[in-house]
Design a protein around this ligand. Structure first.
Ligand code: RIB
Length: 308
């Protein structure tokens, strides 16, 4: 049962529509095709980690429908330990994703079984947390569970990482239990209650969260790269130039890449760079879990030839 990382999070079947343009409010567009493939921020991050060689345990739930079976088998095939995942009566999580020709997307999630991941289930699986080095969470399970998992993990002296996606307000008390927060600019804005207009505002918002108890913030900025901020340091990371196919799971790939390195090296900058490499491969491929690279793929990849 021992693992490097336990992900406490969501598992979704992604129902993807490919279309030329994402429809605006009130607009109807004609799509090209629909494709179903495994996703969910928690599951994607766990799969990303496992494909990069980390030992990963997962705490979460699927429904007892056909999707549930497919989702579990995708995670298992990628090397995630699925022993503690509970299959419950009802529907699995679903995500309806529209992807346009520029690789942009919009997503609506119906949580299904993910919203049953409660504190009772967590307390029944406390050993899984006890036997891991780090705990990784997102915002696609109930916020009370996110809070409890962070609190328990911190008490057990684990490395705690929160990807606050999708954007939601955060109980300020939670910030004390997070070692590394990895938002995008929208999530940073929501949590800090500050408008994000430029790099200076990212730094200011990050510093306001540091003052409330989270020591390290890595903000992902899409095509503008990422910024790391702690109380003494600010470092900006440029992205690799890339031909974008589909940005779905880019953040999940970054987080998997980052954490797979960080638990081995404790080197935050090198780990961010590794996360960026993983994400840049992911966005050149279609889909969520199917787009996540293996360690070998990253090692063999010539990043200097990208986007030419
Ligand atoms: O981060 C991408 C994921 O967000 C998708 O796989 C979808 O399931 C939603 O959770």
């Amino acid at each position: 049962m021992k693992s490097d990382i336990v992900v406490v999070g969501s598992i979704n079947m992604d129902v993807v529509v490919k279309t030329e343009e994402i429809p605006k409010i009130g607009e109807t567009v004609i799509g090209r095709e629909t494709i179903e493939n495994p996703g969910g921020k928690g599951a994607n991050q766990a799969v990303a980690l496992a494909k990069l060689g980390a030992k990963v345990n997962f705490l979460g739930m699927v429904g007892n429908d056909d999707y549930g079976k497919k989702l579990l088998s995708s995670m298992k095939a990628s090397g995630v330990n699925i022993e503690s995942i509970k299959s419950i009566e009802g529907s699995s999580g679903l995500a309806f994703i529209t992807v346009d020709d520029n690789g942009n997307n919009s997503i609506v999630v119906i949580p299904g079984a993910n919203y049953n991941v409660d504190n009772k289930y967590l307390s029944q699986h406390i050993d899984v947390i006890k036997e891991s080095k780090a705990v990784l969470l997102q915002h696609e399970i109930p916020m009370e569970t996110v809070k409890e998992a962070l609190l328990l993990s911190k008490k057990m002296d684990k490395i705690t990482v929160l990807n606050p996606a999708p954007a939601k307000e955060l109980d300020e008390e939670i910030l004390k239990y997070i070692d590394i927060l990895i938002p995008n600019e929208h999530e940073l804005s929501r949590i800090s209650n500050k408008e994000i207009l430029d790099i200076d505002s990212v730094i200011e918002a990050s510093r306001s969260l540091i003052a409330k108890g989270t020591p390290r913030i890595i903000t992902t900025l899409g095509e503008k790269g990422a910024i790391y901020v702690d109380k003494d340091t600010i470092k900006q990371f440029k992205p690799w130039p890339t031909n974008v196919v589909d940005t779905t799971a880019a953040g999940d790939s970054f987080i998997g890449g980052f954490l797979s390195r960080y638990i081995l090296t404790n080197n935050i900058f090198e780990s961010i760079e590794f996360g960026q490499k993983a994400a840049s491969i992911t966005i050149q491929r279609f889909g969520a879990q199917i787009s996540l690279p293996t360690l070998e793929e990253i090692e063999k990849y010539d990043f200097t030839k990208q986007g030419m």
